[in-house]
Structures are given as structure tokens and as C-alpha cells.
Design a protein around this ligand. Structure first.
Ligand SMILES: Nc1nc2ncc(COP(=O)(O)OP(=O)(O)O)nc2c(=O)[nH]1
Length: 286
């Protein structure tokens, strides 16, 4: 399978569909399969190129659902969206969920653990023929912030890049062709706000691994300083929208492959502006 591409040379928009009761920003809203399917279709109508269906929250302190429960949450939604012709990814750390979701029509496996949480994941992805997103991860939610230290030379960017390089090698060794692998720096996973900003500034170093990058900054706490005042009160709507557009523009200009977002419409609108800006500049340059 070849990786899906964004529109007009811009990043792909991956819409988040959490079918969980406890996701940090929208937990419980889409627990009912019908509501989840309706939301997935709304994400596509708003401009999502891919819908990322996740049945396990990764927020700090989240309890892992049993395998059967994760399967129950994601499979009906994956199957129905895939039947609509939607490009679906399944956000899971479990090989059995990944294999079943691809069987049900998912085209990508989005594994926040990069294959570290389940030794069977990489062989399962290889056998499935799906594309694979390997994210930088150090531990399950209940302990991950204990691992938010990067003391090697070059700091967090160097360590995350090296770790993702190892995950890429592991995927290829397990039979996943490199061209089916997307890498993700894992913003907010075993990282402080400073680490996240350093990674955004250092994306070119991660991209030097030679694989497309997916970035998930959407609604994450480290954006707080952009979206709220020192006392925590939200900045004016205009400023918050500008911040969202600026972050989308920054990532688009960095050439990332995909943006994993909850607010698809706002992201699509921001990308439209970035696209027009780029076209004007190209036109002016003759
Ligand atoms: N590839 C990738 N996958 C991800 N999955 C979940 C979350 C966490 O966000 P969300 O899904 O909204 O929350 P929760 O894990 O609580 O469902 N972030 C990423 C990310 O940054 N990259």
C-alpha cells in the first residue's frame, strides 16, 4: 500500500476520533458507535483525509481497557467508515486490535508505542500490508512522565531521532517496508512543554531519518501558553484562532506529512490560507 498524501502538496489532515470514555479532550463524546460514526463522517465532511479511530486513551493515568473492550469500541466504527470509502487509521498499541482493524478496512496502524508495547505488533503490521505510524514513546500513560528527561548530547531532538531510527529499523527487520512507515515525535508523551517546543523547532533533524512525519499537537497542554494568559484565562478567540493557524503554518512550512487534529475544519481553513500564501509567493517569484 502506498501512503496517502495531502492535498495540493500540503500536509494530510488526520481527524481524531476517540471512541473512549476517558480521552483527555473529548472522552465519552463518541462512545456510542452511531455517534462515533456520525462524528467520523463529520470529520470527513470538514476535510479530514484520514480518520484516526482510537479505543484506548493515552492520557496520563488512563486505565488500559481489556482487549475485548478495545475491539468492541473500534471495530464497528472502522468497518463502517471504511465501507464509506474513508481512509481509516486505527490508533492502537495492540497487535490483535491492529490486525482486526486492518481486516475490517483500516489502511494505517497508528501505534503510539512504536512497537514497544506489544512484541507482536510489527510482525502483525508486516503481515497486514497496512501503513504504520511509529510514534516516540517511553512508557504507558501511568508512568510516562517519569521518563521525561533527555540528557544525552543534543538533548530531546537527538534522543527522539535516535529512538525513532531504531523503531524504523525494527519495523523493517520485522518485514514492514520502510516506504510504509511514518514517524511521529510523540508530543506530550514523556515530554515537558520545553521538550515539545524543542522538537517542533528540531523537526528537520527528525525528518533527516528519511520518512514522512506525523505531528499531533492538537489540544495538548503545552500549547497553553499560546492559548491562555498567565492566569489560565483563555485568550480572545481571535488570538486562539491565529495561534492555531500559525502552528498549522509552521508545521506545513516544515513539510510534515500529516497533522493529527481534533478540529479538522479549523485546520483545513488554516491550510487553505497557507496554500494561497505559498501560491502567491510562487507566482510573485515568477
Ligand atoms: N501518532 C500519534 N497518535 C496519537 N494518539 C493519541 C494522542 C493523544 O491525543 P488524544 O487521542 O486526543 O487523547 P487520548 O490519548 O486521551 O485519547 N496523541 C497522538 C500523537 O501525538 N501522535
Amino acid at each position: 500500500m502506498t501512503l496517502p498524501a495531502g492535498r495540493d502538496g500540503l500536509p494530510l489532515v488526520v481527524g481524531v476520533l476517540n471512541v473512549t470514555p476517558d480521552s483527555f479532550s473529548d472522552g465519552g463524546r463518541w462512545s456510542d458507535p452511531e455517534a462515533a460514526l456520525a462524528h467520523g463522517r463529520a470529520l470527513v465532511a470538514d476535510g479530514a483525509d484520514v480518520v484516526d479511530v482510537g479505543g484506548e486513551s493515552t492520557r496520563p493515568g488512563a486505565e488500559r481497557p481489556p482487549l475485548a473492550e478495545e475491539l468492541r469500541r473500534v471495530l464497528p466504527v472502522v468497518e463502517a467508515l471504511a465501507a464509506d470509502g474513508v481512509v481509516v487509521s486505527v490508533d492502537t498499541m495492540r497487535a490483535e486490535v491492529a490486525a482486526a482493524a486492518v481486516e475490517a478496512g483500516a489502511a494505517l496502524v497508528n501505534d503510539v508505542s512504536g512497537g514497544l508495547a506489544d512484541a507482536d505488533m510489527l510482525p502483525a503490521v508486516a503481515a497486514s500490508g497496512a501503513a504504520y505510524v511509529a510514534m516516540h514513546w517511553r512508557a504507558h500513560s501511568d508512568r510516562m512522565q517519569d521518563f521525561a528527561s533527555y540528557d544525552a548530547p543534543g538533548g530531546v531532538v537527538a534522543e527522539v531521532s535516535a529512538a525513532l531510527g531504531e523503531r524504523l529499523e525494527a519495523a523493517v527487520a520485522a518485514g514492514v517496508p520502510a516506504e510504509r512507515v511514518v514517524l511521529d515525535p510523540g508530543l506530550g508523551f514523556a515530554k515537558t512543554a520545553e521538550h515539545n517546543w524543542a522538537l517542533l523547532a528540531g523537526l528537520d533533524d527528525v525528518a533527516a531519518l528519511g520518512r514522512p512525519l506525523l505531528v499531533g499537537a492538537s489540544r495538548k497542554a503545552f500549547l497553553g501558553r499560546l492559548l491562555a494568559g498567565a492566569d489560565g484565562t483563555p485568550r480572545p478567540v481571535g488570538e486562539r484562532e491565529a495561534a492555531h493557524t500559525a502552528l498549522v503554518a509552521l508545521l506545513a512550512l516544515r513539510g510534515v506529512w500529516g497533522l493529527r487534529v481534533h478540529d479538522v475544519r479549523a485546520t483545513r481553513d488554516a491550510l487553505a490560507v497557507v496554500g494561497r500564501l505559498a501560491a502567491e509567493q510562487t507566482g510573485a517569484a515568477g
